[in-house]
Design a protein around this ligand. Sequence first.
Ligand SMILES: [Zn+2]
Length: 423
Amino acid sequence: MKTGFRTAAVASLFITSTLVAQTTPGAILLVPDRVFDGEVMHAGWAVLVRGERIETAGPAASIAAAADAKRVTLSGTTLMPGLIEGHSHLLLHPYNETSWNDQVAREPLAYRVARAVNHARDTLMAGVTTVRDLGSEGAGYADVGLKRAIDEGVIPGPRMLVAGPAMVATGSYGPKGYAPEWTVPQGAEEASGLDRVMEVARNQIGRGADFIKIYADYRWGASGDARPTFTADEIRRIVDVARSSGRPVVAHAATPEGMRRAIEAGVETIEHGDGGTPEVWQLMVQRKVGFCPTLAAGDATSQYAGWKKGSAPEPPRIAAKRASFKAALDAGVTICFGGDVGVYAHGDNVRELELMVAYGMPPADAVRSATSINARLFHLDQRVGSVKGGLLADLIAVEGDPTADIAALRKVKLVMKGGKIYR
Ligand SMILES: [Zn+2]
């Protein structure tokens, strides 16, 4: 094709303006009443966002001078890091809609993914800009695909850390209750033996897992009670393999022995932890292992089982959970915000934070768990979880002050992820 001078000049102008647009995108100055930076509150601060990152945060008067910035006034709000959910299952939906067994055994994969697309959007719109998704529960590597679709902007959703299928000891998990002659696909990948657990860990990593999630115990006891599953040797091997690749291992564990094996083998967070003892909490403090209590999961399933919360006394299971959470708090265990959302509705993530406060945690500490602490626990603190220059602009504005009243987190007025406003 013939290219005249005029065409070339136009093309060159176009390229120049495109380059300008990429290198100096318009800045946004967010002016709330106060800024929670992930650690502490600052009255009268503003935050300047340029491109996908926070350029600077500080007293409004000191940064208002940026001439090219579009000013967004957020009266009555607290601006803070987007919430980081520590324990989600975007491929599950509430168990009072469909039991876990039926979701795993009877729902087509495409159906589950279609639901997950909605779950991802609902999560982001609720102010959760990152999730650590702890296993697809029978949906294979659908979480890896979901993460990619979000990262590429195909669908709205939070940043995702994904586990893939997760790993369980042979014979321990579910769905259960079928004729023993049947081999039923499981809600996680089975493995046994030192070689096999290493192979499964490597395979999951190769297919896109950001970390390895194991079930250190499960309800496979002689009377259906929770008992340790993997041997200490097996867990150490899994941790060895994952660490070689720079990935953490996290463990579902609810029994003292399951928790102890996982902690001593080097897992980074314990999920659920219902049976934690003073010795176990001490061990977690010593080894700097985080604790995701998943209070909201038990609260939800107890209500699904018939508990009339508010009018009926707390079932023993809830009372025990309240006590064990308080014991972990008092022992100084690092508390992760992770509710096992999926058991209850995606987008209702704040339910866990409200229960953390109801069970004895100061609201400001709960908000720290949901931002800077989870960011550190999940090795994301150089990217998200705080409001400071250089980090990704994952920010939310909520009406009121969540460090005084945690329910303020339900009044989301703005959701920004990577500098882009979604709400
Ligand atoms: Zn879970």
